[in-house]
Each structure stands twice: as structure tokens, then as C-alpha cells.
Design a protein around this ligand. Structure first.
Ligand SMILES: [Zn+2]
Length: 408
């Protein structure tokens, strides 16, 4: 990778020197502990009724004790495009990861032209742990560990199409930094799937929809339970100042099993009337993962739950839109998507809880955007916002925002 800004070489030198730096600082105040949980495509339209029914007790608790709202995203949002925007707080055209495929090649970290959050944190002596975050393959050196996520390449992966290689099946780059950690994970966590299962094709579904849907959902459950085990293992055995973990199955399920009846563009009762519980169940599953992560959250921990975009039923000129079925898969009959030209049609979600963050506060409109995540996190570690970053520190989520937070 070649970052546009100078200082990468310096960053890497400092990265190597980080343990020394940390030792010299050993009498300084401990660094804030921050955990970010990404839930791809998390959609308020589906969360709200589940919250009202009391089916998401852990998320409800975080919302009650925190600040929440929509998260403004970029145009035509998809995971690599938005995550790289969050990592760098720069525009897709600036950081270079504009979509699943860039210049005919599947998006990867070598394309990143702006310096990402893990580099800034590492060179400032903050320990970093990242697991299953989209668009982090091949992994990059950090002051901690990194395990890649969505768009990791492996056996049977075609360019630009999502697949789910096991850790041992990854090809074309390193999925784990440091490399020595791979054997440890295989031994203690197992040979887990690194991303959510790809969606079945139209051909695989035709004629045996109920069985194909059930089998796919079973695999999704397995992948979620493996991820929960991985996250718990990392938070227990490799605690870091900053941790970012991500789940992807919610988005994938929403694309083709979004429960919309009786009719919507794309509605096919043979598929969409079979398991109307499938998509809501993903969030109930997520709430269980959240419960396991909350065991690692104390009153001094900042917790952010984010989605890169939401997901909405097909509604805009889909019959003639070549992108309608192209979010992740070639022929899956989709009923919902997020790749709308206007990103404001499909905002992500934002929930934050921690020391000094306002309780039970809803952000109205688009106060928070994907550009603001990195500046806000850097700020919590006392790191000044680099000039190229386009977001702002989310002072509005803090009590005492005036003096304490607005330093830039
Ligand atoms: Zn998607």
C-alpha cells in the first residue's frame, strides 16, 4: 500500500518501537478501553419492533444507557466502500476502495491510499485488536492483532463475490497478524469461517426453496456461534485498548429474506413466505453475541455499535437497475438492498455508551456520519484529528461536550 500522505514509513518505524514507547509511559494514566461492534446492514426498521417486543434486551440496555440514532453513510453504500471511509474519514475516491471490485480486482488493503485508524492508534502506543472487520484483507501490521473479515480470499472465491473460507482455506494473503497467532486460533477457537455464508443462487433454490433456506440459515447460525467464540476468546486472552469486531450475517440474510408481504418488488412467496422470522432472528442472534461482549464491558469502557448502512426493500426502478441484484451475488433473488444511489435512503445505525456519554439520548436527523467515527475514537485517546480527515468529533454525544471534548 502507498498512502498519499507522508509518514507511513515513520508510522511503521514507530509501530516497531511502540512497545518501548508504552514502557516509558507505564506510569501514565491507563488508556481508555474502547470496543466497537460492527453489525453489517443493521436496520432500525427491523430493530425497532423487536426492541418494542422486548426481544433485544441487551441492545435495549445499551440504548438506555447511551446515545443512539441514524448514521449517515456514503452514496451507493456497500461494506468495503463504507468501512474504508470509516477507517480513514476520507471519501471513497480519496481512499481508493470504491466498491467490491476496483479496477477489476477484489477490494483489498493494498488499495488503501489514506492512513487508517489502526495505523494512527498503533503509532501512538494504543494497543489494537481487530477481528472480522470487512476490507481488512490482507491484514496489516498493528500494535496488537488483526484477523481479516469480509472479502478475505480463499478456496472457490470468485472476484467480487463474497465467500466464506475457513481460516485454513485462506489464499492470496495473510488473514492473521501476527502470523504466529493463526496456529493459536486454530487450536483454541477452531477452524472458523472467516465471513458469512454466500447466498444461494437462483438455480440452487429452484424447486427446493424451503430446504435450501433452512440449510443456509443453519450455516449462518454455525458461523455466528463461531464468531461469538472467537470474539470472547480474543477479549479474554488478548485484551487491547481498542477492539473492533464485526458480524456480517445480518446484512446477508436481509438481502433475500427481508420479510415483506404481501407484495413488493422482488416478492416471491416461494422464498419470502417460507421463513418470515429469518431476518428478525438475525438480530435476536446478534443480541446474544452482544451479551457475551458485554461481559467484557465495565463502567470505564466505551462501547460503540455501528452499521455501515441499513438495508431497505427494493423500491427504485429495480426492473431496469443493473445493480438491483448485484450487491453481493450474481443470481440470488434479492428483495432488499443497500446500494441505493442516495445513501440517505439507507442510513446505518449508531449506538454509543461509556464514561461521559449522554444517557437515553436520540440523535435526530444526520448528526452522526461514518466520517465521524475515526475522529471521535482518536479524540478519546487524545490524538489530534489529522488534517485530511473529513469528519468531526461527535461532541454532541458527550455530557460536558464544551470543554472536555471539543479540542480540535
Ligand atoms: Zn449487503
Amino acid at each position: 500500500m502507498v498512502f498519499r500522505r507522508p509518514g507511513l514509513a515513520l508510522a511503521l518505524i514507530l509501530l516497531v518501537a511502540a512497545p518501548l514507547f508504552a514502557q516509558n509511559q507505564s506510569f501514565a494514566k491507563p488508556k481508555p478501553k474502547i470496543i466497537v461492534i460492527g453489525v453489517n446492514g443493521m436496520e432500525w426498521d427491523v430493530l425497532r419492533p423487536l426492541l418494542l417486543q422486548g426481544k433485544l434486551p441487551n441492545l435495549a440496555k445499551v440504548i438506555k444507557n447511551g446515545t443512539y440514532g441514524k448514521l449517515r453513510t456514503v452514496s451507493a453504500p456497500n461494506c468495503p466502500r463504507v468501512y474504508s471511509t470509516m477507517f480513514t474519514s476520507t471519501k471513497p475516491e480519496e481512499h481508493g476502495v470504491t466498491g467490491f471490485v476496483v479496477g477489476g480486482i477484489t477490494a483489498n488493503t493494498n488499495m488503501l491510499k489514506e492512513e487508517p485508524i489502526w495505523s494512527y492508534l498503533s503509532k501512538n502506543g494504543v494497543t489494537v485488536g481487530m477481528a472480522n472487520v470487512p476490507a481488512t484483507f490482507p491484514v496489516m501490521p498493528v500494535n496488537g492483532y488483526m484477523i481479516s473479515g469480509m472479502l478475505t480470499r480463499g478456496k472457490d472465491c470468485e472476484d467480487g463475490v463474497l465467500c466464506a473460507p475457513r481460516l485454513s482455506e485462506v489464499q492470496g494473503g495473510d488473514p492473521v497478524y501476527p502470523a504466529s497467532m493463526k496456529a493459536e486460533l486454530l487450536k483454541n477457537v477452531g477452524d472458523f469461517y472467516i465471513d458469512c455464508e454466500r447466498m444461494p443462487s437462483a438455480e440452487q433454490l429452484r424447486g427446493h426453496e424451503p430446504d435450501a433456506i433452512d440449510a443456509w440459515l443453519k450455516k449462518v447460525d454455525l458461523i455466528r456461534s463461531q464468531q461469538m467464540k472467537l470474539f470472547d476468546y480474543l477479549l479474554t486472552n488478548h485484551p487491547t485498548d481498542f477492539t473492533w469486531v464485526v458480524q456480517s450475517c445480518e446484512d446477508r440474510t436481509g438481502h433475500w429474506l427481508y420479510p415483506i408481504a404481501p407484495y413488493n418488488a422482488g416478492y416471491n412467496p416461494k422464498i419470502n413466505a417460507v421463513r418470515t422470522d429469518a431476518f428478525p432472528n438475525q438480530y435476536i442472534g446478534f443480541d446474544g453475541v452482544l451479551a457475551s461482549i458485554l461481559k467484557h464491558v465495565d463502567e470505564n469502557t466505551y462501547l460503540f455499535i455501528l452499521s455501515d448502512h441499513g438495508i431497505k426493500p427494493l423500491r427504485e426502478f429495480e426492473e431496469t437497475d443493473p445493480h438491483a441484484h448485484m450487491d453481493h451475488e450474481k443470481t440470488t433473488p434479492v428483495i432488499a438492498k443497500h446500494d441505493f444511489a442516495d445513501g440517505d435512503d439507507v442510513p446505518g445505525s449508531f449506538v454509543a455508551m461509556g464514561p461521559g456519554i449522554k444517557h437515553d439520548q436520540r440523535l435526530m436527523g444526520f448528526e452522526a456520519s461514518v466520517y465521524d467515527i475515526t475522529p471521535t475514537i482518536l479524540h478519546l485517546y487524545g490524538i489530534e484529528q489529522p488534517k485530511q480527515m473529513r469528519g468531526h468529533v461527535l461532541t454532541e454525544i458527550f455530557q460536558n461536550s464544551g470543554e472536555k471534548v471539543a479540542q480540535k
